[in-house]
Design a protein around this ligand. Structure first.
Ligand SMILES: CCCCCCCC/C=C\CCCCCCCC(=O)SCCNC(=O)CCNC(=O)[C@H](O)C(C)(C)COP(=O)(O)OP(=O)(O)OC[C@H]1O[C@@H](n2cnc3c(N)ncnc32)[C@H](O)[C@@H]1OP(=O)(O)O
Ligand SMILES: CCCCCCCCCCCCCC(=O)OC[C@@H](O)COP(=O)(O)O
Length: 272
């Protein structure tokens, strides 16, 4: 008799546990789905505006895209605390490098994006429907990550046009998304580009999302993201022999800043 009740109790607890897990998964899927929906709808509505206002593919469209994307954070209760924006005020072009954690990074990107700045993206994104179209209209540079040679050729061309058109280029040097609270080793393309164009590198670091966003744990709540724009690193006089050193320097400064902003991975830090 008592064993019967015990079994019923255990079944109930298990049921509740399964329900909570399911609702966490559903909640996560709904929130991320809503983000995708915002991106798709936002792009579909913004693309005609870009074409009408600026006539086609140009970096000027980034101002319009930025204004739209900057409203997204309110839907998800995300707050940004930005430091060092004055470090973007360099004379002429620059390469901006930052850490890349998730698709949500587009919000953080647009939160601080300086004028006349295009990003480097994997070419697959051009096929992402309306989002691909808006990225194309914004003047984003597409590279084939599977072919280093063709990516190098595209980047060499960019090095030439940067000065002529006075644009900054934003690169995610990890080359892919990484939401572990640490950095992946940096690819060298961004730093070759900076040395070829003889322009400064400006590192930007976003604090780790792990306290409010973790797809493995179905976690996606509101939260605060700290952003720090670091002082420009000059490359005048550097040659291709210095690229490895430059890459290492940037990596270490950015990793230090990442840990300062959000603690070492695995270590709990209060989110005040
Ligand atoms: C209105 C509503 C709208 C809502 C929607 C929002 C829309 C928002 C709108 C707009 C925002 C758009 C934002 C898009 C964001 C997209 C993010 C991404 O897609 S991230 C993935 C792609 N990005 C990268 O991958 C870049 C970084 N990668 C590189 O730069 C790599 O270096 C690359 C691809 C060039 C090569 O990668 P390797 O995997 O081969 O690795 P390596 O170690 O770098 O290079 C191998 C050898 O080649 C040399 N090398 C590399 N680049 C060189 C170069 N340019 N010249 C000479 N040598 C070079 C290196 O020194 C290395 O040689 P040795 O090991 O040193 O001997
Ligand atoms: C046909 C409809 C498709 C809908 C797609 C909506 C996507 C909206 C997301 C905004 C752009 C996100 C850019 C981004 O973060 O791309 C990921 C790459 O950086 C890194 O790629 P990966 O980690 O190596 O796969």
């Amino acid at each position: 008799m008592e064993l019967g009740w015990l079994l019923w109790g255990a079944a109930l607890l298990l049921g509740l546990h399964v329900l909570t897990e399911l609702s966490a998964a559903a909640n996560f899927a709904v929130r991320l789905g809503f983000y995708y929906l915002l991106c798709v709808l936002g792009s579909a509505l913004t693309a005609p505006v870009c074409v009408l206002v600026n006539g086609g593919r140009t970096v000027k469209n980034m101002r319009i895209i930025k204004a739209v994307v900057k409203t997204f954070k309110y839907f998800f209760g995300l707050r940004f605390e930005v430091k060092g924006l004055e470090n973007f005020e360099v004379e002429g072009p620059a390469i901006i490098v930052s850490n890349h954690q998730s698709v949500l990074d587009m919000m953080g990107l647009m939160e601080v994006l300086p004028d006349d700045c295009v990003q480097v993206a994997k070419k697959e994104l051009v096929y992402a429907g309306p989002v691909g179209l808006i990225i194309y209209l914004g003047g984003v540079i597409f590279i084939n990550r599977k072919s280093t040679d063709s990516a190098k050729m595209v980047m060499a061309e960019v090095a030439k046009t940067m000065a002529a058109e006075n644009v900054k280029v934003w690169v995610y040097p990890e080359g892919t998304r990484n939401c572990t609270g640490d950095l992946l080793p940096f690819k060298k393309g961004a730093f070759h580009l900076a040395v070829q164009a003889q322009v400064p590198v400006i590192p930007v670091v976003y604090s780790s999302f792990t306290t409010f966003y973790n797809p493995k744990k179905n976690l996606f709540t509101s939260g605060k993201i700290k952003v720090e724009v670091l002082p420009p690193i000059e490359t005048k006089g550097l040659t291709s022999d210095d690229v490895s050193d430059l890459t290492d320097r940037c990596f270490h400064i950015m990793r230090e800043t990442l840990f300062k902003l959000s603690g070492h991975p695995g270590e709990v830090k209060d989110s005040s």
